[in-house]
Write a protein that binds this ligand. Structure first.
Ligand code: PLP
Length: 451
């Protein structure tokens, strides 16, 4: 009897684990015009790390604003404006819940780049001085490097770089060296947009805080795909973009820890932020967040981001993560069976929690491959994916990046693999070798075996 019970229990546990890992969101494709309209329905869209498609309800939310309650916010003394204001502020509450923040800690921006520039132009410009240090990593998108180089030029603070190991993990020994009491900011990505490697942040954030440094997290790639909880992670600043999360372009989020919002000077100055003007030189500003949102914000986009968050939040984040990892796993298995292909990053990690598979075809410029894929209705990104430091470190000029989101399916991955295999079988031999010095040669030179 006991044995039977144990067996049943085990079956239920294994069954639910199996279901969890085999989650499938293909029915969600119905929610996207893109996957149902004649011009685009047959495309395989694998460029989600660049931007995702938008469900009807997000598009409808934009249309609703413009058709039914288009008015400026926070200032109008009439019902329409009050309604728009309420919807805008509701969106802020949705964003705050999404990352477990308070609504006063959420600033609407244009996107991740804008959020990072905000902190670089405000906190960093006032707090940093000659000899201070800013730590970034080799995994960063250029948006999380260039603003710090500007800060360096203007303040004399030095930007130092945490290197990555051959498989794209951060070199934690180097981090130990580089993180000192001179470090005033650690600015790092949660997940690499170029190769999909996820960084375990908790330990790094705790270590940075122990040295007295502030931490900025670039969650552009992670917020759409996994749980991002600011209470748990405890960063000082965190950014992400709406358009990578089924939301519209032109809207993003900057989280600023509450204890810091009081001390920060605004990024931009203008209408919407002013509470009382005593005289020409003495102005009292509104409270946060309005204090940081000068001018008319992207009202429709913020409201539509709220709709996108509602949409994505109907899905369990753990299931999203598992689904994306399953797609990576299938892709990696398929690629490993095709000769002359090298996958970037740790395949072991990507199979567990990736949403991006980035690879190189030996002796061949990536554009030739992506052109072939494009001719077969497959959208992928090539080149350095705005992560030049990483490309230099890993020694590739250009990689082919397939990046997934909820609506992608195992069947699409299989089609991708079959198309690539066909290309390799029919064209590779004739085309390869046209390139004399390959990216892979350089990768070997730098790292030994990069796979
Ligand atoms: N950081 C990462 C990791 C990204 O992937 C991107 C965009 O691809 C950005 C920052 C910049 O985002 P945005 O262009 O939306 O400002």
């Amino acid at each position: 009897m006991l044995h039977t019970f144990r067996f049943l229990l085990l079956t239920v546990i294994i069954g639910s684990l199996f279901l969890n890992t085999l989650c499938d969101f293909s029915e969600k494709r119905q929610d996207f015009t893109f996957f149902n309209s004649p011009e685009t329905k047959n495309l395989i869209y694998f460029d989600n790390a660049a931007t995702t498609q938008k469900p009807h309800i997000v598009i409808q939310s934009l249309v609703d604003f413009y058709e039914h309650y288009c008015a400026n916010i926070h200032r109008g003394d009439y019902e329409l404006s009050r309604h728009a204001t309420e919807q805008f502020e509701q969106a802020r509450i949705k964003v705050a819940r999404f990352v477990n923040a308070q609504k006063e800690e959420i600033i609407f921006t244009k996107g991740s780049t804008d959020g990072i520039n905000f902190i670089a132009s405000t906190w960093a410009m006032t707090e940093l001085k000659d000899g201070d240090e800013i730590l970034v990593t080799e995994l960063e998108h250029n948006s999380n490097i260039l603003p710090w180089l500007q800060v360096s030029k203007k303040t004399g603070a030095v930007v130092k770089i945490i290197p990555v190991l051959p498989q794209g993990e951060l070199d934690m020994k180097e981090l130990e060296h580089l993180l000192t009491t001179k470090t005033k900011l650690v600015a790092l990505t949660h997940c690499s947009n170029a190769i999909g490697m996820v960084t375990d942040l908790s330990d790094i954030i705790a270590r940075a805080h122990a040295k007295g440094a502030r931490v900025l997290i670039d969650a552009a790639q992670s917020a759409p795909c996994r749980m991002v909880d600011v209470q748990e992670l405890n960063p000082d600043f965190l950014v992400f973009s709406g358009h990578k999360l089924c939301g519209p372009t032109g809207i993003g989020v900057l989280y600023i820890k509450k204890e810091l919002t009081g001390t920060l000077i605004p990024y931009q100055w203008g209408g919407g932020m002013v509470d009382i003007v005593h005289d020409f030189e003495h102005v009292e500003l509104n409270d946060v967040p309005e204090k940081f949102e000068a001018g008319t914000p992207a009202i429709a986009q913020a409201i539509a981001l709220g709709a996108a968050i509602d949409y994505v939040s109907t899905l369990d984040k753990e299931l999203i993560k598992n689904h994306l990892a399953n797609l990576c796993s299938r892709m990696i298995d398929g690629l490993e069976n095709i000769g002359h292909v090298r996958i970037l990053g740790s395949t072991e990690q990507l199979k567990k929690n990736g949403h991006v598979v980035s690879f190189i075809v030996e002796n061949l410029p990536t554009e030739i491959v992506s052109k072939y894929l494009d001719q077969h209705g497959i959208c992928v990104r090539t080149n350095k994916h705005c992560a030049h430091l990483l490309a230099h470190r890993l020694g590739y000029d250009s990689s082919i990046r397939a990046s997934f989101y909820i609506y992608n399916t195992i069947e699409e991955v299989d089609l991708f693999i079959n198309t690539l295999r066909e290309f390799m079988n029919t064209q590779y031999a004739a085309l390869a070798g046209q390139v004399k010095r390959t990216s892979i040669d350089r990768a070997h030179h730098l790292w030994g075996d990069v796979s």
